[in-house]
Design a binder for this molecule. Structure first.
Ligand code: FAD
Ligand code: N01
Length: 555
């Protein structure tokens, strides 16, 4: 028996009786660390944890790596963070050798990058694909987690790393009659791996979030007709996507470290230049010109045109007016343009970034239906019925988003200390410390969990920061011979209060119903989930680590 509980006596075969008492399990399925998910979070966690000399394995329900980019294969799927930023920075060789072909990379290119990373760092040999982890239970005596998969396998692990993704549990609304639809039913987040041919077809799309906004112009180009069912109009800024500027790429690559460091100092860890000026302190002409400049650059930096758009309704309404005018300039039919103009605060839902979204509504084969006015009553065998009309479709696309941030975790039956389930602990919303640990669930870490900057930042940057924090903490435990780590209810309560107090100062909580608040899922507790501000969050994590991991308890 080794003193250090995570050291394996290699060559010594011992067998343990599992929790159920009936299956004998060889050491093969006993791990120091198990990772759930093989998206960018799970892949990097696997690479780093291996580096600690741990016996580690990842389980992934998909048949390959990539996570988001494995599942979301709908036409037009691409990132809205510049490609040179939406990539790993942990290996300089990797970031130097990889070249992106466009300013905003497409899903196939991001997926090939993920595959390249898995090959370069030989990750696949420790990933079991097509396996969903269904259950986790903490054994307080043995201080290990017992896991079960949908293949009937069992495993134990001291450490659990939940790399299950913030946007990985798709949302299929319970429309009456949905299972009676006899045409082609598609969900953007579960898109087929073979090409979908819309030529000559009547197609319906439900939803007008980021996924729909990327997909609509492309499907409109192929289909006979496309009918878009919009519940809430969204703000979308043109991407102005282009081929990669090779000169710019070379400049960035020559100073990649500084470039990354500079971007990490921005609120969203994205290299957008904030304008330190209030929208209300400039003349009408200057304001208009500044918005025009940002619109012509395109993308997410539009949200940072002035420094008070996220906190002051009056300032925000100047941006709303500007975008409304743009929509009305672009869309020729007055009523369609009006319906496309959002009546919410700009930026309280994630800003969409598009290529020809509004322009698409000028096509004669594209129709917009306002389902706030005329809600969908039910789906039929060949279409759907709204309050005032019946529609017939060959294909129906659900672009209805995700049970975000908590959905994938809630999908696993997780039981911690004293038989407490994660579902009951989170019945009023996710409670945790730093978005990393939940009290009563020892040695279980969430990567980009609720309460961390996650979806309000460049997520690959947020993922690397979390994985680095967790692996440093595990190394600290190894060096100091600690067996378990967990957080306290006090630390957790204080953290959630702090996250909410920051959000309450912004328009995120009062400006609209967003998935950040859980408002898109009926019955989900309404609480603002992400932490606003990447640099302040990192500062807090560094401070906690420097104080021997304040807020964490070790045994
Ligand atoms: P994921 O990529 O979601 O991976 C989680 C993995 O866990 C999945 O493969 C899933 O199958 C697996 N899993 C979950 N539960 C289980 C289980 N019980 N058992 C086994 N496996 C399980 N972010 C940005 O910063 N910039 C962008 O431009 C951007 N664009 C996006 C575009 C789209 C269409 C979407 C949907 C999201 C986008 N995001 C973007 C967010 C994106 O999710 C993150 O950037 C990042 O890819 C998340 O990586 P991850 O590994 O944390 O999670
Ligand atoms: O999902 P969404 P998404 N009846 O939740 C509608 C990232 N992402 O997949 O707004 C009728 O935004 C819903 O209506 P409403 C990004 O973080 C990034 O598009 O709830 N309609 C909404 O219109 C993004 O924010 C990119 O009223 C229903 C739509 O479906 C996140 O993923 C691309 C409904 C869902 O929009 C999610 O985006 C794609 C119902 N019952 C995704 N239920 C990039 O560009 C839902 N809707 C980088």
């Amino acid at each position: 028996i080794s003193l250090w509980p995570w050291q394996h006596s290699h060559g010594l075969v011992y067998r343990t009786i599992t929790r159920t008492g009936c299956n004998l399990m060889s050491t093969e399925n006993n791990f120091d660390a198990v990772i759930i998910g093989a998206g960018f979070a799970g892949m990097y966690a696997l690479h780093k944890i291996r580096g600690l000399g741990f016996k580690v394995k990842a389980y992934e329900r998909a048949s390959d790596v990539g996570g988001t980019w494995f599942w979301n294969r709908y036409p037009g799927a691409r990132c809205d963070v510049n490609s040179l930023e939406y990539s790993y920075q942990f290996s300089d060789e990797l970031q130097q050798e990889w070249s992106w072909s466009e300013r905003y990379s497409s899903q196939p290119e991001i997926l090939s990058y993920a595959k390249h990373v898995s090959e370069r760092f030989d990750l696949r040999k420790d990933i079991q694909f097509e396996t969903k982890v269904t259950q986790l239970e903490y054994d307080e005596n043995a201080e290990v987690w017992h896991g079960q998969t949908d293949r009937g396998e069992e495993f134990t692990s001291r450490i659990m790393i939940m790399a299950t993704g913030c946007l990985s549990k798709s949302n299929t609304p319970q429309f009456e009659g949905l299972n009676q639809f006899e045409g082609q039913l598609l969900h953007t987040a579960q898109w087929p791996h073979t090409e979908v041919d819309f030529a000559g077809k009547d197609v319906g799309v439900i939803g007008t979030g980021s996924s729909a906004i990327q997909l609509i112009p492309i499907v409109a180009d192929q289909a006979k007709t496309l009918t878009v069912f919009q519940r809430t109009a969204n703000f979308s800024i043109p991407a102005h996507n282009s081929d990669m500027d090779k000169k710019h790429e070379a400049q960035v690559k020559a100073n990649y470290k500084e470039f990354r460091a500079q971007n990490s100092l921005q609120r969203s860890a994205i290299g957008m230049v904030p304008n330190p000026v209030s929208a209300l302190e400039v003349s009408d002409e200057e304001r208009e010109q500044t918005y025009e400049e940002r619109w012509s650059v395109g993308g997410l930096p539009f949200a940072a045109t002035f420094n008070d758009l996220g906190i002051d309704r009056r300032a925000n309404s100047t941006a709303v007016d500007f975008v409304h005018r743009k929509i009305k300039d672009i869309v020729k039919d007055e009523q369609t343009a009006d319906t496309l103009c959002p009546d919410t605060v700009l930026g309280c839902k994630r800003l969409c970034v598009d290529s020809n979204y509004y322009e698409t509504f000028n096509r004669s084969n594209v129709f917009l239906v306002d389902i706030k006015q005329n809600p969908i009553k039910n789906i039929t065998h060949n279409g759907l019925v709204t309050a005032d009309k019946e529609f017939k479709f060959d294909s129906l696309i659900l672009a209805t988003g995700f049970d975000a941030m908590t959905g994938a975790l809630a999908d696993i039956s997780i039981t911690g200390r004293e038989k407490q389930t994660l579902a009951s602990h989170w019945s009023e919303g996710p409670q945790n410390y730093l978005g990393l640990m939940v009290s009563g669930f020892p040695n279980m870490f969430t990567i980009t969990g609720p309460g961390s900057p996650s979806v309000l930042s460049n997520m690959i940057v947020a993922i690397e920061q979390h994985v680095n924090f967790i692996t440093n903490l595990l190394d600290f435990m190894k060096q100091t011979q600690r067996k378990t780590v967990e957080t306290s209810e006090k630390a957790e309560t204080e953290w959630v209060q702090q996250v909410n107090a920051i959000a309450a100062q912004t328009l995120y909580t009062s400006g609209c119903n967003s998935w950040y608040l859980g408002a898109n899922i009926p019955g989900k507790p309404r609480i603002f989930m992400p932490h606003i501000g990447f640099p302040t969050y990192v500062e807090k994590c560094n401070e906690v680590a420097a104080q021997d991991y304040r807020g964490f308890k070790f045994s």
